[in-house]
Design a protein around this ligand. Structure first.
Ligand code: ARG
Length: 461
C-alpha cells in the first residue's frame, strides 16, 4: 500500500516532517538479517498452524532466501518511504513473493514483538564479539605479565609510592577486572536469551502460533513468559549498556596508566611506533592516542547507558515509540568497543617496559617502611609501637636524604632498641615482595599461580 504497513484507516500519507522524524532505517538496517531469520521462523509456525500451505511455505522461504541475498549484496536497500527495517523488508518480500503470498507473513506478529526479539539477537551476537575482543586485551596483559615475571615496581596508593610489587601482579590486576567484564556479558546472556516473538503488539496471538518453536529456531532458551513484558521491557538493553560502560571504565584505567607510565617523569614504558601518533608541529612527540581515545570514549559509553535509562524511566507499559530510542546508544557502544579493543590489545601487547627504571624506583619514597613495622611485629612488638618506630626510621632517613637501608645500626637503635641489625633482611625490594606470600599476594610463586589460573580462564572462554 501507499502508506507502508498501516495505511488502511488513513486518508492521507504522513507529513514530510512526520516521516522524517519517524524514519529509523539509517540505524535499524543492522537488524535486517535477524529480521529475515525471524520471518523464516514465523513462516514455519504459520504453516504448523495451518495458516500457510506446504507450497506457500516453500514459496515464502524461497522468497526470503532471495531477499536475504539481495540484502547482503546491497541489491535491496530501504527507501525513504520505508519507516523502519521491518517495513522495508515486508516491501522487499512482497516484491519477490507477490502481494498475495507476501502479504500473509504479517499475520500474528507485530513490529513490537519483532523489534524486541531482533534487538536481543543482535545484542547477543555483539556481546560474544565484544567478549572475544576483551579476551584479546586480557591475553595481551597476561602475556606481558609472563614476559616480566620477575620485574618489580613501586606499587601505589593515592598515586604515592606505597609498597613494592611485581609488575606482573599489577598487570594481572587489570586482567582480573577484564575477565569479570567477560563473565558479566556471559551472565547477561542468560537473562537476554528469551524470545518475545509471539507477543504480538502486547497481548499475544490468537492464531495458535507456537512461540517456543520460534524461540528455539532463533537460538533462544525459550519464549518470554509475559507478552506485555516481552514487548515493553528493555532492561536487557540497559543491563548490557552497563556491562559495556563498566568494561570501558575498566579499560580507561588501563589507558590512564599507560598515559602516565609513558611520560618522561615516570619513564616506566615506551609505546611502540605502530600504536602511537606524532605531532604536526613538535617533531619529538610520541602521543598515547589509543589510550586517550579509550579514556575519552568511556565517557561516551557512560552517556549511552544513562541516556537509555532516562529514556526508559516512567514509560507506561507496554510498547511506546520512545523505545525506538533504545537502539542507537547500544549500536554506538558496541561500535566504539569494536574499534577500541583491537587497538588496546595492540598497544598493551607491544609496550616496552623499562624494568631497570622500575626496579630503581621500587624502594623510592620509603616503600619498605611497612616491612620494618611488620618485622618488629614478628619480634613481638605491638603494631602500634612498630608503626611508630618505622615512622621514626622514615623521619631519620628523610632528614639525612638517604634510603631506609642506608641508616646505620646506631640510627636504627636510636629510633627503637628493638631495631637490631637483623632488620636489614627485610630492607630489600625482593625480600619485601617475597614476604607477601599469602593467597593473592605479590610474592613470585603466588603471582605465578595466579597467572596460570588466569591463563586457564582466558582459554576456557
Ligand atoms: N521501529 C520501531 C522500534 O524500533 C518498531 C516499530 C513499532 N512501531 C509502532 N508504531 N508500534 O521500536
Amino acid at each position: 500500500t501507499e502508506h507502508g504497513l498501516w495505511g488502511g484507516r488513513f486518508q492521507s500519507g504522513p507529513a514530510e516532517a512526520m516521516a522524517a522524524l519517524s524514519l529509523s532505517t539509517h540505524f535499524d538496517w543492522r537488524l535486517a538479517r535477524y529480521d529475515i531469520a525471524g520471518s523464516r521462523a514465523h513462516a514455519r509456525v504459520l504453516h504448523r498452524a495451518d495458516l500457510l500451505t506446504d507450497a506457500e511455505l516453500s514459496g515464502m522461504l524461497a522468497a526470503l532466501d532471495v531477499l536475504e541475498a539481495d540484502v547482503v549484496s546491497g541489491a535491496f536497500t530501504p527507501v525513504v518511504a520505508d519507516e523502519d527495517v521491518h517495513t522495508a523488508l515486508e516491501r522487499g518480500l512482497i516484491e519477490r513473493a507477490g502481494t498475495e503470498l507476501g502479504g500473509k507473513l504479517r499475520a500474528g506478529r507485530s513490529r513490537n514483538d519483532q523489534v524486541a526479539t531482533l534487538f536481543r539477537m543482535w545484542l547477543r551476537d555483539a556481546a560474544r564479539q565484544v567478549a572475544g575482543g576483551v579476551l584479546d586485551v586480557a591475553a595481551a596483559l597476561t602475556d606481558q605479565a609472563r614476559r616480566h615475571a620477575d620485574a618489580v615496581m613501586p606499587g601505589r596508593t593515592h598515586l604515592q609510592h606505597a609498597q613494592p610489587v611485581l609488575l606482573a601482579h599489577h598487570l594481572l590486576a587489570h586482567t582480573q577486572s577484564l575477565l569479570r567484564d567477560v563473565e558479566r556479558l556471559r551472565d547477561w546472556d542468560k537473562r537476554a536469551a528469551v524470545s518475545p516473538y509471539g507477543s504480538g503488539a502486547l497481548a499475544g496471538s490468537s492464531l495458535g502460533l507456537d512461540p517456543a518453536a520460534v524461540a528455539e529456531e532463533l537460538g533462544f532458551d525459550g519464549p518470554v513468559e509475559n507478552s506485555i513484558d516481552g514487548t515493553a521491557s528493555r532492561d536487557f538493553a540497559a543491563e548490557i549498556a552497563f556491562a559495556l560502560a563498566m568494561l570501558s571504565v575498566n579499560l580507561s584505567r588501563v589507558a590512564e596508566e599507560v598515559i602516565i607510565w609513558t611520560t618522561a617523569e615516570f619513564g616506566y614504558a615506551t609505546l611502540d611506533d605502530a600504536w602511537a601518533t606524532g605531532s604536526s608541529i613538535m617533531p619529538q612527540k610520541k602521543n598515547p592516542d589509543v589510550a586517550e581515545l579509550t579514556r575519552g570514549k568511556s565517557g561516551r559509553l557512560i552517556g549511552n547507558l544513562t541516556g537509555l535509562l532516562a529514556t526508559l524511566k516512567a514509560q507506561p507499559l507496554a510498547y511506546n515509540r520512545d523505545l525506538q530510542e533504545d537502539k542507537e546508544p547500544l549500536f554506538d557502544s558496541v561500535e566504539q568497543l569494536s574499534l577500541l579493543l583491537p587497538a588496546i590489545a595492540g598497544m598493551v601487547g607491544t609496550l616496552t617496559f623499562h624494568t631497570d627504571r622500575l626496579a630503581a624506583l621500587a624502594p623510592a619514597g620509603f616503600t619498605l617502611a611497612t616491612d620494618i613495622a611488620e618485622w618488629l611485629v614478628r619480634q613481638g612488638v605491638p603494631f602500634r609501637v612498630a608503626h611508630e618506630a618505622a615512622g621514626g626510621c622514615v623521619r631519620a632517613a628523610e632528614a639525612r636524604g638517604v634510603g631506609l637501608e642506608d641508616l646505620t645500626d646506631e640510627e636504627f637503635a636510636a629510633v627503637d632498641p628493638a631495631l637490631i641489625p637483623a632488620v636489614r633482611e627485610v630492607l630489600t625490594v625482593e625480600g619485601s615482595i617475597a614476604s607477601r606470600d599469602g593467597y593473592g599476594g605479590t610474592a613470585p610463586p603466588r603471582v605465578a599461580e595466579q597467572r596460570s589460573r588466569v591463563e586457564r580462564r582466558i582459554e576456557e572462554h
